[in-house]
Design a protein around this ligand. Structure first.
Ligand SMILES: [Zn+2]
Length: 235
């Protein structure tokens, strides 16, 4: 059993957010603050060209048992909706990749505006069906690299949601790839202490999410991935 001192400092309560947060047809979506957490006002357009590839691990070690998976996706949606309401310049883009590449809920790079955030919401769920996702990060990083290669005019960030119980043939080599990502890299580590390689890497922003984390912790991690490197560009 993991000693309490090694648990992430930030812990998550496995509570679901109110369904109105993401938006129900015919209803005006609630602001994130209505659900118990606040996000800062987004930086104004025009933004630097930034494409954030959000990578989700849906393997059983993440989704089985008492996982707060609803929180993870709902809070990510809240952050994207919050930012999408404000961006008009089209320079902020988001792609969603799940650990089993090529899933039906992957979303190609999409401008983060109102319309785009609705499209991206379709990717914020585990792939449907009797699905048991893989625990391999390598193929998702391959896909992220393909996206980066196709968008040489954007800075490309990766934001990985995983417990990092990886079953890649050489997991440490895969973590090294994440540490060496040429753009901003964020690791949102679910339930577990962060792997030492990530914790010690000056290039990776690490957020620990556990059972008692404050509401909004996941949303703030996504918000941070999309805004930390998208400073307001003065016209
Ligand atoms: Zn913008």
């Amino acid at each position: 059993m993991t000693p309490p001192s090694l648990l992430p400092a930030v812990l998550v309560r496995p509570e679901l957010l109110p369904p109105g947060l993401i938006g129900t047809p015919g209803r005006r979506p609630r602001r994130p603050g209505d659900s118990g957490f606040e996000l800062p006002d987004p930086p104004q357009c025009p933004h630097d060209r930034l494409l954030v590839v959000i990578i989700f691990d849906d393997s059983y070690s993440v989704t089985g048992g008492n996982d707060p998976v609803g929180n993870r996706y709902r809070e990510a949606a809240a952050a994207l909706t919050h930012l999408g309401r404000r961006c008009r310049c089209g320079r902020l883009r988001v792609a969603i990749v799940h650990f089993d590449r090529g899933t039906s809920v992957d979303v190609d790079p999409t401008p983060l505006n109102r319309r785009g955030s609705r499209r991206l919401a379709g990717g914020l769920a585990p792939p449907p069906g009797r699905y048991s996702g893989s625990s391999k990060l390598g193929p998702a990083l391959d896909r992220a690299q393909e996206i980066a290669d196709a968008h040489p005019d954007h800075q490309v960030a990766v934001c990985v949601f995983s417990d990092f119980e990886l079953l890649d043939p050489q997991p440490e080599a895969v973590l090294d790839r994440l540490c060496a990502w040429p753009g901003p890299a964020h690791a949102v580590v679910l339930h577990n202490p962060p792997p030492g390689r990530l914790r010690d890497a000056p290039t990776v922003t690490v957020t620990g999410i556990g059972w008692a984390s404050d509401r909004g912790s996941v949303a703030r991690a996504v918000y941070g991935a999309l805004t930390t490197h998208s400073l307001h560009r003065k016209a």
